[in-house]
Design a protein. Structure first.
Length: 217
């Protein structure tokens, strides 16, 4: 199957460096996170606190967060420090063009599910997709300018977000940069902190310290 390279307008023009694009991504996430964090303490799932449904949704959320963290670290082993130097097409990058973002989507859904609310999990996922989709298009345009025809061929062969395991290829030898893996773990801190944060919020809501303004399934 051939995949399209969906580029932003004027993609043929010189693009900003990837570092600038990624800085804009972090700034956008921060601006979205502030109002979200201000709202979430007043939102609660409709399920009984620590009841079976709430616990089930929370456990799924926590499992997805762990998968996201491990997946992002695994992906960073292949791409860390190489994004501007080499066209990485092995390991997770052989089956999907943006595995770090895919695992971020999984983590965003899992982080929302840690609240016990499926609706909140879907909202987290929608926010993550809205933020990252535009960034990915800009990154792809920059990489197309940088690597040219080989990158265009890679985009036609490998899907953007939906992994295709049939395409799997791996590196015979992999050079690892520990500093990049540590940076990925630091970037995953919001995912790691989600579970205890929602537990504390839930307890404060139960004892009446925090008023619940909205109940979600």
């Amino acid at each position: 199957m051939a995949y399209t390279l969906d580029l932003p307008p004027h993609a043929g023009a010189p693009m900003p460096e990837l570092s600038r694009v990624q800085h804009a991504r972090r700034r956008t996430i921060f601006l979205i996170a502030l109002p979200a964090l201000a709202l979430f303490p007043f939102v609660r799932s409709i399920w009984d606190w620590q009841g079976p449904v709430q616990e089930w949704v929370e456990n799924i959320g926590f499992s997805l967060v762990l998968i996201a963290i491990l997946g992002r670290c695994w992906s960073s082993l292949y791409i860390g420090g190489r994004k501007m130097k080499d066209l990485v097409q092995r390991g997770p990058f052989s089956i999907v063009r943006n595995p770090l973002y895919v695992f971020s989507f999984i983590g965003a859904f899992g982080m929302g599910a840690c609240s016990g609310s499926v609706v909140l999990a879907l909202a987290f996922l929608a926010i993550a997709y809205a933020v990252f989709h535009g960034v990915v298009r800009k990154e792809e345009a920059a990489l197309l300018v940088l690597f040219g025809a080989p990158y265009a061929a890679y985009c036609r062969r490998v899907p953007r977000f939906l992994p295709d395991p049939a395409l799997w290829h791996d590196e015979p030898v992999l050079e690892i940069q520990p500093r990049r893996v540590v940076r990925t773990l630091i970037d995953a801190l919001p995912f790691i902190l989600a579970m205890p944060m929602f537990e504390v919020i839930g307890m404060l809501q139960v004892d009446g310290t925090l008023p619940v303004l909205l109940h979600l399934p």
